[in-house]
Design a protein around this ligand. Structure first.
Ligand SMILES: Nc1nc2c(ncn2[C@@H]2O[C@H](COP(=O)(O)OP(=O)(O)O)[C@@H](O)[C@H]2O)c(=O)[nH]1
Ligand SMILES: [Mg+2]
Length: 366
């Protein structure tokens, strides 16, 4: 799936297989050619995207199903048991269902809302037998998770050219920021985008080293300073480098010290100001990484970051590591911030653009 819609940009980089250093130093020597001006539909057939869409969706489904197996076993397993025991959709059934949802971290309010929706739909469809309920649950979950604007909003204006899109990644320590950045860089690189990373988490040397290791592994360039350097200075340099090297996407890693909200706010708003000053019109995203295994705590973290920095989307990491992936429903209904990506493993391929339909089926379908 093409996440970025850009016009008049190189979409096809024959040099993409070469090393990152070579890739970036080659960039300036490559003039735009006729081939750089494909329309979207031309590109679709060019990449064979249309034909492979169906196959891609199937693969995505299997991947989600595997990544979500703990939550799936927990939720579907328990609901199946309940169906087996209850047969009828009586009050007791609805109460038990609510309990199962709450235990899977769907959150009390969201569980109540979801059960009410399922109940209404069952009534409308005149279903009284519990065995038909799984399909309704899947459908209501899909609906609850469907947010407008869950795709990345980084679209380039027609009159802009040569300005990279900027993604700032925020979240508490250990949430999975650095790993998610590596996965995103890998993903965009596979989409033939030129990616540049910035190590603006300067708090610990280890954080910079970790990002460097990932950058080398993925084959993208990293802009970094010494431990303890001003994160604003790193971002300033990274923006200049992104411009000079004509990067398509700059991804900024940030420190996640939530203990002190004022400092966090200061640091992140300073970074935002620098981006606004240096590149006033570029498409921007602030992606908040939430660790799915932290349960309801993720909701309060999101509120703090939302207030401090403004958040345009969520990356929900470590969904593979929890049986309580129901947290995604609480996030969708309580925060009104779209989940844009989910992390379902530690490997570079283990980040997926969030797809509510695939997600709901992966949790509840046979
Ligand atoms: N199982 C699993 N582990 C993850 C995922 N994302 C991150 N991690 C692990 O979480 C730990 C912390 O990640 P890191 O990126 O360093 O977090 P940061 O402090 O926010 O930068 C690492 O051990 C990662 O391998 C995921 O989607 N699934
Ligand atoms: Mg980190």
């Amino acid at each position: 799936m093409a996440l970025f819609k850009r016009k008049n940009k190189k979409q096809d980089h024959p040099e993409q297989e070469s090393s990152s250093e070579q890739l970036l130093s080659d960039v300036e020597e490559l003039p735009l050619t006729e081939e750089d001006h494909h329309s979207d539909s031309e590109l679709d057939s060019f990449t064979g995207e249309a034909q492979s869409k169906q196959k891609g969706k199937r693969g995505l489904f299997e991947k989600f199903k595997q990544g979500l197996s703990k939550t799936r076993n927990n939720l579907s397993g328990k609901i199946n048991e309940l169906v087996h025991i209850s047969k009828k959709l009586d009050d007791e059934f609805w109460e038990e269902l609510e309990e199962i949802l709450i235990q899977a971290d769907v959150g009390v309010n969201t569980s109540l809302e979801l059960v009410e929706r399922i109940r209404q739909t069952a009534r409308k469809q005149k279903i009284s037998d519990s065995s038909a309920i799984m399909g309704i649950i899947a459908e209501e979950v899909r609906e609850m998770l469907t947010h407008p604007g869950s795709e990345l909003e980084l679209r380039e204006d027609d009159n802009l050219d040569g300005t990279p899109a900027v993604i700032m990644v925020v979240g508490v320590n250990g949430a999975g920021k650095t790993t998610s950045i590596a996965k995103l860089a890998h993903r965009f690189k596979n989409e033939h985008k030129r990616v540049l990373l910035a190590a603006a988490d300067t708090f610990r040397a280890a954080a910079i080293d970790q990002l460097q290791i990932w950058a080398d592994r993925v084959g993208v360039e990293l802009v970094k300073h010494q431990e303890g350097a001003d994160p604003g200075a790193v971002v300033f340099d990274a923006l200049s480098a992104a411009k000079a090297r004509k990067a398509d996407i700059l991804i900024i890693d940030t420190a996640g010290r939530l203990q002190n909200k004022t400092n966090l706010m200061k640091e992140i708003s300073k970074i935002k100001k620098i981006i606004e000053r240096e590149m006033p019109q570029v498409p921007r995203e602030v992606l908040l990484v939430l660790d799915a295994t932290t349960g309801q705590n993720a909701i309060s973290q999101a509120r703090v970051f939302q207030e401090a920095t403004g958040v345009s989307g969520i990356i929900l990491s470590k969904l593979d590591g929890t049986a309580k992936g129901g947290i995604i429903l609480a996030i969708a209904s309580e925060l009104k911030i779209p989940v844009k990506f989910v992390g379902i493993g530690e490997g570079l391929d283990d980040i997926k653009a969030f797809d509510p339909e695939v997600f709901a089926r992966a949790l509840f379908a046979e």
